[in-house]
Design a protein around this ligand. Structure first.
Ligand code: FES
Length: 306
């Protein structure tokens, strides 16, 4: 199926969160599943085109991870834990009863269901555990499990006895898993603006990384690197490993108004008006020769005592 323009725009947003486009493959596959209900050949071609990958590369990932489904089934995925604790408590029997009742792993009657094995779901004390679209139910008897299947087929799964939540449809859950609605974009862009406006980036911070990072209010690292992309959009190169004189001059040129806005954003992001900003280069303590050597990997001059 051709993907709507809205999906293309959302895919582009996801891709921008990562320094390398291919890192967005898993979110994109979830996004495709939220649109198609599974990952079709067209879905694989779509991801390949968006990420400049081959269809074989995308297909290899889509077939490796079991959470990506290669055939349409409908709205509810039933995952039955058959690992030892659940198996002893009746999980295998439930799984086999589901397959028998559905005439296989997929039953497209009604709302449509797919049945699958699940590895330990981490709540063995509720064994045997069944999930409907990743919502846990347990412990369930065989009869309760069969009733759950019928309710899912009818498009009316009950609320979980563990969480109290009614499972969302598969498409809805997949959209959530893609991360497209998690608001991370906005936070990353704000963090990047703060990073660029509050102080010039230090030439290096620790021995862990050569990429200059400042943390004015929120740590943008570990969120996929969009901070660096956003920094690039506003004129600070994310690619240089050290701030240049040009970077520093640019940071100085940013207006007071923007600095005020940055301070407000820092308050907003941290919820703490008194939050201290990261120290600028000038405010940071001098590094010892030993620290410099650790960071750069270069040997230090022997001291007189040595
Ligand atoms: S073995 Fe089933 S939840 Fe752990």
């Amino acid at each position: 199926m051709p993907f709507p323009d809205e999906t293309v725009r959302e895919a582009e947003r996801l891709i921008k969160r990562y320094p390398l486009a291919r890192s967005a493959l898993l979110p994109l596959l979830h996004l495709v599943q939220s649109v198609e209900g599974y990952v079709s050949d067209e879905g694989i071609a779509f991801c390949a085109e968006m990420l400049a990958l081959t269809k074989a590369e995308v297909g290899a990932v889509a077939t490796f991870y079991t959470m990506f489904k290669r055939e349409p089934f409908g709205e509810y995925l039933l995952s039955v834990c058959t690992n030892p604790t659940c198996q002893i408590a009746g999980g295998q029997e439930i799984y086999e009863s589901y397959v028998e009742a559905c005439g296989g792993h997929v039953d497209t009657d009604g709302a449509g269901v797919m049945v699958e094995h699940a590895e330990c779901l981490g709540i063995c004390d509720a064994a045997p555990v069944v999930q409907v679209n990743y919502e846990n139910y347990g412990p369930v008897t065989r009869d309760e499990a069969m009733q759950l299947l019928e309710q899912a087929k009818a498009g009316e799964p009950p609320e979980s006895n563990l969480s109290g939540h009614v499972p969302a449809t598969f498409a809805h859950v997949e959209r959530e898993l893609s991360g497209i609605d998690d608001g991370v974009d906005e936070h990353l862009i704000e963090a990047a603006r703060l990073q660029a406006t509050t102080s010039p980036a230090p030439t290096f911070r620790t021995g862990e990384t050569a990429v200059p990072v400042t943390h004015p209010g929120i740590d943008p690292s570990g969120h996929g690197g969009d901070a660096f992309r956003a920094a690039s959009r506003i004129g600070v190169s994310p690619l240089r490993t050290r701030a240049t004189e040009e970077d520093r001059a640019l940071a100085e040129e940013l207006s007071d108004e923007l600095r005020g806005e940055a301070a407000q954003l820092a308050e907003h992001l941290t919820g703490d008006a008194d939050q201290e900003r990261a120290p600028s280069v000038e405010e940071q303590p001098e590094l010892t020769d030993e620290q410099v050597a650790t960071a750069t990997g270069e040997p230090t001059e022997p001291t007189e005592e040595a």
